[in-house]
Design a protein around this ligand. Structure first.
Ligand code: PNS
Length: 160
């Protein structure tokens, strides 16, 4: 049985993330989506909110579950019996850093990384850009699941 971990911040979940998770679900027997809990990094959505978005997003993928992790990703992989990490690659810009992390995770614990190219029409979709565009009132529909649109708009509203 091949179990893979798909890690990330998912702040917020995008259609690009869902594309990678769907591809991973087709490649492995089981996929655990792992949301990084990083107290030192400020995020727009709480971990609980991100978990909820992911649970909704993968509801139709029967071999995908969602969890959180803190600390080293390879420790989480070991605890969950996963031998593979799956990461999405949007373009060559992502590739350098992803290969560097893949080498580090292999050196730390022998965990392999499978890099999955995202759909070409989603190669520009990134949580950071989505937040920036939404913050200034730009249209991000189609870039995040529909149920993320309202929470995103509300969270970015200036305080009354
Ligand atoms: O969505 P992101 O922010 O690109 O995800 C990055 C993530 C969570 C995969 C990476 O920061 C990570 O693995 N952090 C856990 C700490 C760790 O294991 N660091 C060493 C990585 S080689």
């Amino acid at each position: 049985m091949r179990r893979a971990v798909c890690p990330g911040s998912f702040d917020p979940l995008t259609v690009g993330h869902l594309d990678v998770l769907t591809r991973a679900a087709g490649l492995f027997d089981e996929v655990v989506v792992a949301v990084l809990v990083n107290e030192s990094k400020s995020s727009l959505f709480t971990v609980e909110e991100r978990l909820q978005m992911l649970e909704q997003g993968v509801a139709d993928l029967t071999n995908v579950s969602v969890d959180t992790f803190a600390g080293l990703l390879v420790d989480f992989c070991r605890d969950r019996g996963a031998t593979v990490i799956v990461k999405g690659v949007r373009s060559v810009v992502d590739l350098g850093y992803e290969v560097q992390m893949a080498h580090m995770n292999e050196r730390l614990a022998g965990v392999q990384t499978v890099l999955v190219p995202t759909a070409p029409d989603l190669s520009f979709v990134a949580s950071s850009l989505v937040k920036e565009v939404a913050r200034f009132g730009g249209d991000v529909s189609g870039l995040v699941p529909s149920y993320v649109l309202d929470p995103l708009r509300r969270r970015l509203e200036p305080p009354a």
